[in-house]
Design a protein around this ligand. Structure first.
Ligand SMILES: Nc1ncnc2c1ncn2[C@@H]1O[C@H](COP(=O)(O)OP(=O)(O)O)[C@@H](O)[C@H]1O
Ligand SMILES: [Mg+2]
Length: 372
């Protein structure tokens, strides 16, 4: 699968849309979501996720991209309440998910599932596939008899392209791609509305990645599922996502429709990520922007715009605002042709890109930033 070869992949689901024209609350909404990890031994806290607000519509894939350590997994886990947020709120299916407890929380959890990067680590090696996939069915009491449970698991496996002969086998007897299919079957078992997929294809061979991504797109088209698709691979993101959120040091720095992000990135960090995507066509090779050094530590994020020490635009302009004033995630410049257009009823698909940069949209020259 190559982003260049398939700019408009046929497999991508139609995406969010509401032909009725009525506005509905989004499926999921986060408001000011923040996670600070306290550390033992007097070490300073880690600001893993800071003030994240976004929404996901029904049937939509929102991709979350960014370098390793920027807070993607923490954000996914905080949304699911696998870890509790330090601040902020999650609204899901019209409820304040953050405030739910007991049976109400359990019921809402059915509708929010997760798929992990490494299916070998996330599937219990001592359990048969039947019992692995049946787990959510048992936890949420979704089948009355053993026979009914088996029938449901068989149907779930069929949906992800795994035959019934798998029922009595163990995870190690399958390939990485098959194990990820089994992970998806388990996630689907409780009829979720949203699946948080944390780097679900990153550990797989490229050819297998395409199969799993296609399967996810098919499942979305059939069931109207939504995904928060966490990935550092922009080619996969371009293929599957409807919108993209770019994360840097715990904050969203750019958020917009996938075409906008790929064709008119506003934030220099997004430009740098895109310029690192390999392309076989030299004519299409973008300006390569070097990201010097590692991301700074989330223990002590830089002042102002936390990207400024690595930013090629700051390297050129040396504008003190970048050092002193944190840029807000707001609409910076209207995309050509979108001003004054009536909405189609789907707020997310129509939304312009938001960027947290004082110089949004300005393409840096080739010069890499030099140290202060
Ligand atoms: N339980 C934890 N305790 C302390 N720090 C953590 C914990 N989990 C993650 N972190 C830190 O939070 C930051 C974000 O991590 P993570 O969400 O895993 O990033 P990503 O998934 O984008 O690679 C990293 O600096 C990581 O070391
Ligand atoms: Mg991660």
């Amino acid at each position: 699968m190559s982003a260049e070869a398939a700019p408009t992949p046929p497999a991508k689901a139609r995406g969010p849309g509401d032909s009725s024209g009525k506005t509905r609350a989004p499926l999921l909404e986060t408001r000011g979501l923040t996670k600070i990890f306290a550390q033992r031994g007097g070490r300073p806290p880690v600001q893993a996720v800071t003030d994240v607000s976004f929404s996901i519509e029904r049937g939509e894939t929102l991709a979350l991209v960014g370098e390793s350590g920027c807070g993607k997994s923490t954000l996914g886990r905080v949304i699911l309440r696998l870890i509790e947020p330090t601040a902020g709120q999650v609204r899901f299916e019209g409820q304040d998910f953050s405030a739910l407890a007991g049976p109400a929380l359990r019921a809402a959890r059915k509708r929010l599932q997760i798929v992990f990067q490494d299916p070998m680590a996330s599937l219990n090696p001592r359990m048969r596939v039947l019992d692995i996939v049946a787990e959510p069915i048992v936890v949420h009491d979704l089948a009355k008899t053993r026979e009914e449970r088996r029938t449901r698991v068989t149907a779930l496996l069929e949906r992800v392209g795994i035959g019934a002969d798998a029922l009595t086998r163990y995870p190690h007897e399958f390939s990485g791609g098959q194990r990820q299919r089994i992970g998806l079957a388990r996630a689907l078992a409780s009829d979720p509305a949203l699946i948080v997929a944390d780097e679900p294809v990153s550990a797989l061979d490229v050819s297998v990645q395409a199969q799993i991504v296609n399967l996810m797109a098919d499942l979305q088209a059939q069931q109207g599922l939504s995904y928060l698709f966490i990935s550092h691979d922009l080619r996969v993101v371009r293929y599957l996502a409807h919108r993209v959120a770019v994360m840097y040091l715990g904050r969203i720095v750019e958020l917009g429709p996938v075409q906008e992000i790929f064709s008119r990135p506003q934030h220099p960090y997004t430009m740098a990520l895109l310029s690192a995507v390999p392309t076989r066509d030299p004519a299409k090779q973008r300006l390569r922007i070097l990201l010097e050094g590692d991301p700074p530590s989330p223990i002590a994020p830089p002042s102002g715009c936390s990207f400024h020490p690595r930013c090629p635009v700051y390297a050129e302009k040396r504008d003190q605002r970048c050092r002193t004033e944190r840029p807000l995630l707001i609409r910076r410049s209207p995309a050509p042709g979108t001003l004054g257009k009536p909405g189609s009823g789907s707020p997310a698909a129509d939304a312009p890109s938001l960027a947290a940069c004082h110089f949004a949209g300005q393409t840096p020259s080739l010069r890499a930033p030099s140290p202060d």
